[in-house]
Design a binder for this molecule. Structure first.
Ligand SMILES: Nc1nc2c(ncn2[C@@H]2O[C@H](COP(=O)(O)OP(=O)(O)OP(=O)(O)O)[C@@H](O)[C@H]2O)c(=O)[nH]1
Ligand SMILES: [Mg+2]
Length: 319
């Protein structure tokens, strides 16, 4: 029987170093981890996985085999594409808002819950967790289940949360590989904890900014507000520029390392579109900009594929 890497779920193999699950032949017998996971854990190297699984292949497999699903999404990645995948999961499920420690103080958990119920018609239980908090509430929701799949966008924190649950559930001997890069977990990994089997899964990969440690939101978001009285361009962490044409407040929710600078007169080229007041422009994986009034916005063409507009999650009618 072939062995599976405990860190990422890839089938261990010693034939091709460029394909997933590679271990040198001499180590195959004793290894619990593939070379990529071993180097990520011990040398802090971060290597991208070979080829992410498609959303449909993960969803189909889960709908066929799973009995219960914990679907994880973090605060900055609640938008249509992700919530559509949530709806495609047809087995009993709960929604976990992960990384609750990054949620800014001006947004309450109940506000987010109401938002999810009103905007996305979520009728499943909604639980807030972080790698360090609220694990007991989550455990209560899982009580009595014999098998639970953990799903969500890449980087939602699935493997990290499972490592925390395992640590609490039994003496920790091995751990799942985690990293700020996308697509760390490559296949399903089954973990036996008491009578329960917890299943880690490869994250859904949709177009997102390739994050590095610098841009990744790793602590509480501190919003930065600008009163945009006339057409202005904003430089977002030297990653891209956004031009906001009309009078509106613009509130930037990004990692504190992503510096926002206003460039008053600079014109930009790109794709222009109209946004309704009280909307968030979400840049997948990176953060979002709340606009309080109707306005025209211009973003570079290459940023458009990471962009979603959602009704503002931080206020308005959902409070
Ligand atoms: N601030 C914060 N960061 C977290 C938390 N949980 C995970 N992270 C970070 O988020 C990044 C992604 O975590 P992973 O556990 O690898 O995410 P994943 O969902 O397993 O990702 P894939 O395997 O690619 O699908 C890592 O840099 C983690 O340290 C959390 O509760 N709070
Ligand atoms: Mg993972």
């Amino acid at each position: 029987m072939s062995k599976i890497c405990f860190g990422c779920g890839a089938k261990l193999q010693c034939k091709s170093e460029t394909e997933e699950g590679y271990v040198p032949e001499a180590k195959l017998e004793d290894s619990k981890y593939c070379k990529r996971c071993f180097r990520m854990m011990h040398y802090g190297e971060v290597n991208r996985a070979v080829e992410p699984k498609t959303v449909s292949s993960i969803v189909n497999s889960v709908n066929k085999h799973a009995k219960f699903v914990v679907f994880m999404v973090d605060f900055i990645n609640i938008f249509d594409d992700v919530m559509d995948i949530f709806k495609r999961i047809k087995v009993p499920k709960i929604l976990v808002i992960s990384k609750s420690d990054i949620i800014p103080k001006n947004v309450s958990f109940s506000q987010i819950k109401n938002y999810l119920k009103v905007i996305y018609k979520v009728d499943s239980d909604i639980v807030f967790t972080s790698k360090k908090s609220n694990l007991n509430t989550l455990k209560k929701s899982l009580y009595g289940k014999d098998e639970v799949y953990f799903l969500g966008l890449t980087n939602a924190g699935k493997s990290t949360l499972l490592n925390s649950l395992i640590e609490k559930g039994r003496g920790k001997t091995t751990e799942l590989t985690t990293s700020y890069k996308e697509n760390t977990t490559q296949d399903f990994v089954r973990l036996k904890v008491g009578n329960m089997t917890l299943v880690d899964s490869p994250g859904f990969v949709i177009d997102n900014f390739e994050l590095d440690k610098y841009t990744n939101v790793s602590e509480e978001i501190k919003p930065v507000t600008y009163q945009n009285k006339m057409a202005c361009t904003y430089d977002v962490g030297k990653l891209f520029e956004i031009r906001i044409k009309n009078a509106t407040n613009a509130v930037f929710y990004f990692s504190k390392n992503v510096e926002i600078r206003r460039l008053y007169s600079k014109e930009t080229t790109g794709v222009s579109f109209k946004v309704k007041g009280n909307s968030d422009i979400v840049i997948c994986g990176l953060g979002f900009i709340k606009l309080t009034e109707d306005t025209e916005v211009t973003l570079p063409q290459d940023v458009m594929k990471y962009m979603n507009v959602r009704p503002s999650i931080t206020g308005g009618i959902y409070e």
